[in-house]
Design a protein around this ligand. Structure first.
Ligand code: NAD
Length: 381
């Protein structure tokens, strides 16, 4: 998220330095190359690097020369689903000796509620007189170069000066600014992702119900949402995964003393989907006799990002059950994958795990399992 933001700000004429501890990523960016897919960003990156408006560095002292410092480090939950409250403070701690009075520090990572206050305390405790703001990132991966300029920006800070400075920074990108208190904004971001995660879970459970009853959820969904605005946003079924929705729902659950029935139910439904899919397949096929091809390993269609992808969970389960499991993806790079043509030749059964448009019109006579409705054949499995 830091790179697209930096590219967007540089494209608006600001001078941007990206400080990162990953030296390999820094080298790639400095060569003017995008290290991952982000629509519309490659050419702009090449242009702003060439123009000298954006550079990356592993040098922590670089933060000292910035008027505005934006923190966008990852904020994962651990293996016990506990949020790491220290990710943002640790990142700032690493470069704290170079921070100076009068800077604006914007937290943009999705954080556990209270991390903004914790950061303010940490910096004040070190005697650093900076303004702190929390301005969450709400774009969807792949859409950064349009959404950064079109979505309203939530801006929050404890004092009017910090608020005005953060607003001025984001006015370089967007005209719509929404003010909140920091704690409200922290919850706003978690509510946003959790809301989406629960919506996907609802569609997935409806799909399983219809499916178990021998009915095609795609037909039912079409009927519900057709010219009916109150159900227009009901999603299609599919793997709800990736680096954000699951972990942010778990951050919110942890914040609410692990008392979040709706969020935990959404997790059980969404994370259980690969197992459901396999159990349905076991009713129809003797998997132990079959080679199964998984098409699409990214966490969502059109993406090259495999982080927290449920396609890998599906792979794990199928490897236990099948004669052989083959995986392929046109965008994700992984030595274990097989080219699509070989998968189409060798597999007896194909499962679309990421709805890449490439799979909408497959040239195959093998059965294709498509819970997404990508192939237009309904979603009964
Ligand atoms: N991925 C999304 O779609 C999305 C959308 C909205 C918000 N967010 C939030 O944005 C934040 C970042 O997500 P991401 O997907 O870009 O994560 P990421 O892991 O892809 O990127 C984080 C970057 O920070 C670098 N980093 C880690 N520790 C550092 C340190 N101490 N100093 C300097 N650099 C350091 C890493 O090397 C990496 O390049 C998370 O809080 C996430 O929840 C993500």
């Amino acid at each position: 998220m830091g790179l697209p933001l930096g590219i967007a700000l540089a494209s608006r004429g600001l001078s941007v330095v990206l400080y990162d501890i990953n030296a390999a990523a820094v080298d790639v960016v400095n060569s003017g190359t995008l290290p991952f897919a982000e629509e519309g960003a490659a050419q702009v990156l090449a242009d702003v690097v060439e123009a000298g408006r954006l550079r990356a560095t592993t040098e922590p002292s670089s933060v000292g020369s910035a008027e505005n410092l934006v923190v966008v480090v990852g904020t994962p939950v651990d293996e016990h689903l506990n949020p790491d409250l220290g990710a943002v403070p640790r990142a700032l701690d690493r470069c704290a000796e170079y921070l100076r009075d009068g800077q604006l520090v914007v937290l943009r990572s999705t954080v556990y509620p209270g991390v903004t206050a914790l950061t303010e305390k940490l910096l004040a405790g070190k005697g650093i007189g900076v303004d702190v703001a929390f301005c969450p990132e709400r774009i969807a991966e792949g859409k950064a170069m349009t959404e950064l300029f079109e979505l309203p920006q939530i801006v929050s800070a404890r004092n009017p000066t910090a608020l005005a400075r953060a607003e001025a920074l984001f006015r370089n990108l967007t005209t719509q600014i929404v003010h909140l208190e920091p704690e409200e904004a922290e919850l706003a971001k978690l509510f946003t992702n959790t809301w989406r995660y629960i919506k996907f879970a609802t569609a997935n459970q409806f799909w399983m119900m219809a499916n178990d009853f021998g009915l095609d959820f795609a037909r039912i969904r079409h009927a519900i949402s057709f010219d009916y605005p109150r159900a227009a946003d009901i999603p299609m079924p599919g793997f709800a995964a990736g680096p954000c929705l699951f972990k942010d729902t778990m951050q919110l659950a942890a914040f609410n003393r692990n008392n979040f029935v709706l969020g935990h139910s959404a997790m059980l439904i969404n994370e259980g989907l690969p197992l459901y899919l396999v159990s349905r397949l076991e009713e129809r096929f003797d998997l132990s006799e079959l080679t199964v091809g998984i098409l699409g390993m990214a966490f969502k269609g059109g993406s090259d990002d495999p982080r927290e992808s449920l396609a890998y969970k599906l792979r794990k389960i199928l490897m236990l059950k099948t004669r052989e499991t083959l995986c392929t993806d046109p965008y994700v790079v992984d030595d274990r994958f097989t080219p699509l043509d070989d998968v189409l030749k060798r597999a007896d059964l194909l499962v679309i795990a990421a709805p890449h448009a490439d799979y909408a019109n497959l040239d195959t006579d093998k059965p294709v399992v498509d819970m997404w409705g990508l192939t237009g054949q309904g979603v009964r499995v």
